[in-house]
Write a protein that binds this ligand. Structure first.
Ligand SMILES: [Zn+2]
Length: 313
């Protein structure tokens, strides 16, 4: 695509739990994963509040009702007591119960709050699914109107909840509209699809050219699984060389990627080849085939390179 555009994405929102990203509309009751001020369902502005706040509101209401019932029971018991001694004893007992209830609440509120929030999420899951659907439609509308950055940022939020290839492909289609740069908050692992996809492989190639550190476990596994398909592509060799290069990030990748690294070691840039030699220098007996192939390359391509020669001896 020649008409690629430059874009600056907003920083991805980082939350401890996924539900913290959800907001609820006070007016129409729907949910949204999007960050803007506008509700995706009713299009009103300023009506959204965090889901956790509804959970806290419900918990406060329930506590107030329970405390009120306990107080009413204590007052009734005092009122029905036949004499002053029993009334005093009942009043003390009622006060004790209320204090005990307060202490229990204080002690276990940390357990009750997540439990109530979980119940709320289960109870509202159909409405949450509808809200995510509305968010996806809002993203589609952005795409139709050529607002690709807005579309992508919406899909990025929806994709945290909807783990389907449809969202992954749509994100990649949007990303295909941009000039990719190393300083962008690009994603790769989160858009790895379940099946072979030329669209994804092309995106992976584009990413591997600007930031190969994004190639991690899922994308490495994908490249290994569909290696024969990738090799048929015009840019297959370049992509697989970049993947082999990325695999050298960690020694733990050596066993899974041994053959890929061996086959593409000849095309690795010098600094990555030196890294490979360094990794093998302490693991020659573990990877005898790879070591032999690397030694051959070192002899043919780096015969006059003292740094390489020192590492393979
Ligand atoms: Zn609304």
């Amino acid at each position: 695509m020649n008409d690629k555009i430059a874009a600056h994405f907003s920083k991805p929102l980082v939350t401890k739990y996924r539900y913290e990203r959800l907001r609820h509309c006070d007016k129409c009751g729907s949910f949204t994963s999007l960050r803007g001020p506008v509700c995706s369902s009713c299009k009103r502005s300023g009506t959204l509040k965090p889901l956790a706040r509804i959970g806290a509101g419900k918990a406060r209401f329930r506590t107030a009702v329970e405390a009120l019932l306990l107080t009413a029971a204590a007052i009734s018991a005092v009122y029905l007591s036949p004499n002053a001694v029993q009334r005093t004893a009942t009043a003390l007992l009622g006060a004790g119960l209320l204090v005990g209830y307060g202490l229990l609440l204080r002690r276990y509120s940390g357990i009750f709050a997540p439990y109530r929030l979980h119940r709320l999420l289960v109870e509202k899951s159909p409405q949450i699914a509808d809200g995510l659907d509305a968010d996806e439609k809002a993203a589609e509308a952005d795409y139709e109107a050529d607002r690709y950055r807005e579309c992508y940022e919406k899909l990025r939020e929806v994709g945290v909840f909807v783990l389907e290839d449809r969202i992954r492909y749509n994100k990649i289609i949007c990303l295909g509209r941009f000039v990719l740069r190393k300083d962008m908050d690009l994603e790769l692992e989160s858009v790895v699809p379940r099946k072979y996809s030329k669209l994804f492989v092309h995106y992976m190639w584009e990413v591997s050219k600007v930031n190969r550190t994004l190639i991690r476990e899922k994308s490495l596994d994908y490249a290994l699984r569909f290696r024969s398909d990738i090799e048929k592509l015009s840019y297959g060799t370049e992509l697989l060389t970049n993947v082999a290069s990325a695999a050298l990030r960690s020694k733990t990748n050596l066993s899974a990627c041994e053959y890929l690294i061996g086959d593409y070691a000849i095309a690795l840039p010098r600094d990555r080849f030196i890294r490979l030699c360094g990794m093998l220098s302490n693991a020659r007996w573990e990877y005898p085939n790879l070591t032999a192939r690397v030694a051959q390359i070192a002899e043919s391509r780096y015969a006059h390179d003292p740094e390489v020669q020192a590492l393979i001896r």
